[in-house]
Design a protein around this ligand. Structure first.
Ligand SMILES: [Zn+2]
Length: 459
């Protein structure tokens, strides 16, 4: 039996009563959390195999990123300071439309390396096109030790909202083939790597699928018992599009085609209205809020506290390399909080505890995993992170949750544990070769830019 005792830190449980235990301890045995409490009360039957001295540190549940583009780490910073349509048409699509499976794997490994190093233990990847090579990415996911839902893109139209035929030819796929590929990948990968991998449907945003295809996605997901994710109401154009084409608001249309449910995650939800929140709340769907991306692309500001009050589960997402440009959930928590405070002109709104819940237990709920991960509680999977508070920018710490949300950054994560395995110890990732990944990704990115004919100097 593998056992790890994490002792002496401040344990931020995010459990039902939101307990914060000073001088606490957590015992992990065989991949599960078996004891949580004061350090003096947590006593393994036998001496634990590994002990982590967490004095001066905070112990938190592993973070859950509900909206990630693995294949965009390689094109980080390749589409800055530009409008959304140019962002897509001149930069992101030509680059991604020139990806091969090795690029896909290199990008995913770079992204997962960054996530592990900044405390993310579980993620939902939203749109994997066939050319990125889902098999290679799933192999990397299995090997690196993270948990992840990989969504295979499903699309049949090369449009984006009302803009028809604007997608790069390298990105275009056929609906029937997409549906078949989801099933193939599902059979091959879902539940693999000790249950750490899921295969979801990644429905392309409005203008990318016919209503019939959305219905087929909903039927497929119900049959396989899996989830669906999709960008929805990220931009106002989504609202104009569904009103014009179907006489409905975006979430009303998604509900009509059967695509609102408990394992459905809508990325962004910036332009959703009150009546749409009611649909999402009633059907237990999730919105993945991506504040950095929405701010950088000037998409608008999601009304997170109002949506939450209406009963919608709202998680947090870093989105991608060209829109954020990093995959650091700790930084994203601060951004989420500050954005709502300035929008509402209410400093009390969206406080540190609220955004920590979005980054942990609500993210777990989005994936249908709230009974397994998302908090430090006996019986849950042993996914946790240790954050070093002995830093100038974290001193003094009177309230660890506030310190982490408002002052910390991903690089303060000292240790990352997933399923009871130490994936990163003292900032060294054990499952991925950091130097090799960084070197390889830099070289591949340069070659990709040349191949795609994207010249950043002239942008
Ligand atoms: Zn996205």
């Amino acid at each position: 039996m593998t056992s790890i005792l994490v002792r002496g830190g401040t344990v931020v449980t995010v459990d039902r009563t939101r307990r914060v235990i000073e001088d606490g301890a957590v015992l992990l045995e065989d991949g599960l959390i078996t004891q949580v409490g004061k350090a003096t009360d947590v006593k393994p039957e036998k001496r634990a195999e590994f002990e982590i001295d967490a004095k001066g540190m905070a112990v938190l549940p592993g973070l859950v990123d509900t909206h990630v583009h693995l294949a965009q780490a390689l094109i980080r910073g390749c589409a800055d300071d530009t409008s959304l349509i140019d962002w897509l048409q001149k930069f992101v699509w030509p680059l991604q439309g020139n990806f091969d499976a090795q690029d896909g794997k290199a990008s995913a490994e770079l992204c997962m390396l960054e996530m592990i190093k900044s405390g993310t233990t579980t993620f939902l990847e939203s749109l994997l096109h066939s050319r990125y090579g889902l098999d290679g990415i799933a192999e990397s996911l299995a090997g690196c030790g993270m948990r992840g839902a990989l969504s295979k893109t499903v699309m049949s139209l090369p449009g984006y909202g009302s803009e028809k035929s604007i997608m790069h030819p390298g990105m275009i796929e056929d609906g029937e083939t997409c549906l078949r590929e989801v099933e193939t990948h599902f059979k091959r990968w879902n539940g693999k790597a000790d249950g750490r991998i899921w295969i979801w449907y990644g429905a392309r945003s409005l203008g990318g699928c016919t209503p019939q295809l959305y219905k087929q996605i909903a039927e497929g997901a119900a049959r396989l018992g899996t989830g669906v994710t999709m960008h929805l109401s990220e931009v106002e154009e989504d609202v104009r599009y569904t009103k014009k084409e179907f006489g409905k608001l975006p979430a009303e249309f998604m509900d009509q085609v059967g695509l609102v449910g408990p394992r459905v995650v809508f990325a962004h939800g910036v332009w959703l209205t009150e009546s749409e929140w009611a649909i999402l709340a009633r059907k237990h769907a999730t919105v993945a809020h991506c504040p950095s991306s929405n701010m950088k692309l000037s998409s608008g500001t999601a009304r997170v506290p109002e949506m939450t009050k209406a009963g919608v589960n709202v998680g947090l997402g870093c989105d991608g390399g060209p829109s954020n440009n990093c995959y650091d959930m700790i930084r994203e928590m601060k951004t989420a909080s500050l954005l709502q405070k300035v929008r509402t002109m209410d400093p009390l709104t969206t406080n540190a505890s609220t955004v920590l819940e979005m980054a942990t237990i609500k993210g777990a709920r989005a994936l249908g995993l709230e009974n397994q991960i998302g908090s430090i509680e006996v019986g849950k999977k042993a996914d946790l992170i240790v954050v070093n508070l002995r830093k100038p920018h974290l001193t003094p710490t009177f309230n660890p949750v506030s310190s982490i949300v408002y002052a910390a950054e991903g690089s303060d994560v000292q240790t990352t544990i997933i399923e009871g395995k130490i994936i990163m110890e003292n900032r060294v990732v054990k499952t991925l070769n950091e130097d090799k990944i960084i070197q390889g990704a830099s070289e591949r990115a340069t070659r990709l830019l040349e191949r795609a004919g994207v010249n950043l100097a002239s942008s």
